[in-house]
Write a protein that binds this ligand. Structure first.
Ligand code: APR
Ligand code: PHB
Length: 389
């Protein structure tokens, strides 16, 4: 088998790249080791930057997103028993965010790919990548009992943090940067109308909590927990109690409802540089991870593949490798900004330990971003997505 671009992984990065290449008339084959149902059910964060929405719209996969996505112009920061509104759009030149489940983005991309009759192979096994530093990199894998080899012009490693592409780069090439946090998020999806119009990020002495949503009938809530928290110890009653405690305010009620799903996610920051080795280009979680506090994960993945698609289009149309040569640096500027922002939001909002000095610094920072125009504008432009990087 032969294709122009071999794409490993059918998450947001791989699927969006495949769509952008299709629109530009470049062939690709996408291979994914899980089944379609698994990929379409994985719940992920739900905040899309305006630039992400615009790209999905240009790629022709935003019909439902435009109908059902909920545009938000602000968020709330809660601390010290008070809730403060941060008017993102006012602060960030009219830009907004859209609340829409990333799972739904993935479903639209898969449907579009299949409707175009283009190759997207689920449940492949034993994926390995070869000859990366030659002009004919190859992907080997098994599919439906057959052992296959796909010869490509370039390979996109979009196989997430635990994928095979990044570890296939010879040792000594990549430099990685990492921070693990001593806490995680316990997230729930609840069948109840959200109790508030916009997201609430709450700092509380018992730990961080976040109120988010998926639709007018579905709420998505999180509480800070241990990274290795046993979900079995969290009955529905205990989860609601903790949410009530951490987000409660006089004169406001957090409505409860049946919990449809619950799970614990660890939190880490990670970057591997450069995002290229020979003809292998890493994109999305394969190259970098952010903690979920700024909701940047999918937005970064989309921004990587936008840059990669443009570089591949230029290469095929003019033979110029300038875009491909600059791919990693172009992505990393935005990635490191998001790494800093996510780390900063995480550090400002979570209970870090029992040191009262830490708590005072956090409260001072929270008061500053909710009272200084300059500090609020800085938070806002990062949250909605910087356009100047
Ligand atoms: N072969 C083929 N596919 C693989 C392999 C492999 N060896 N290893 C992993 N995969 C698949 C995974 O099953 C997954 O579907 O690669 C895909 C990677 O997808 P994500 O982990 O979602 O990563 P990415 O596409 O970079 O998206 C990043 O989107 O949903 C969010 O949390 C995610 O915010 C992050 C962003
Ligand atoms: C979510 O809705 O899942 C969500 C929202 C904001 C975040 C993280 C997750 O910062």
């Amino acid at each position: 088998m032969r294709t122009q671009v071999g794409i490993v992984g059918a998450g947001p990065a791989g699927l969006t790249l495949a769509r952008l290449l299709e629109v530009a008339g470049i062939e690709s084959v996408v291979i994914e080791n899980r089944d379609r149902d698994y990929v379409e059910r994985r719940i992920r964060a739900g905040v899309l930057e305006q630039g992400t929405v615009e790209l999905l719209r240009e790629a022709g996969v935003a019909e439902r997103l435009d109908r059902e996505g909920i545009v938000h112009h602000g968020i709330h920061l809660q601390f010290d028993g008070e809730r403060h509104h941060v008017p993102l759009s006012e602060l960030a030149d009219g830009r907004s965010i859209t609340i829409y489940g990333q799972t739904e983005v993935v479903k639209a991309l898969i449907a579009a790919r299949l409707a175009s009759g283009l190759p997207l192979l689920f449940e492949v096994d034993g994926v390995s990548v070869h000859d990366l530093d030659t002009e004919r990199p190859r992907i080997r894998f098994a599919h439906e009992g057959a052992q296959l080899e796909l010869e490509c012009d370039a390979i996109a490693g979009c196989d997430g943090f635990h994928g095979v592409c990044r570890p296939s780069i010879p040792s000594g090439v990549l430099r990685s940067f990492e921070r693990e946090y001593p806490f995680g998020w316990l997230g729930i999806l609840a069948q109840v109308a959200p109790s508030i119009d916009e997201l609430v990020y709450a700092h509380h002495e018992s730990g961080f909590a976040l109120l988010s949503l998926r639709s007018p009938e579905l709420s998505r809530y999180y509480v800070q927990c241990r990274p290795d928290e046993d979900i079995g110890e969290w009955s529905d009653e205990r989860i609601w109690e903790e949410l009530q405690l951490r987000t409660g305010l006089a004169g406001w009620t957090l409505d409860e409802g049946p919990i449809l799903e619950k799970g614990v996610t660890g939190m880490r920051s990670f970057v591997a540089e450069p995002m290229r080795y020979g003809r292998l280009y890493l994109a999305g979680d394969a190259a970098h991870i952010v903690p979920p506090t700024g909701a940047k994960g999918l937005n970064l993945a989309v921004s990587d593949v936008r840059i990669l698609a443009e570089a591949l289009v230029a290469w095929y149309s003019t033979g110029s490798t300038t875009g491909l040569d600059g791919y990693s640096d172009a992505c990393l500027r935005r990635i490191w900004r998001a790494e800093h922002f996510s780390w900063w939001m995480t550090s400002m909002l979570h209970k870090l330990g029992d040191d009262p000095f830490d708590a005072q610094l956090q409260l001072s920072q929270l008061r500053y971003v909710t009272s200084s125009y300059a500090a609020a504008r800085s938070l806002a432009e990062n949250y909605v997505g910087l356009t100047t990087l």
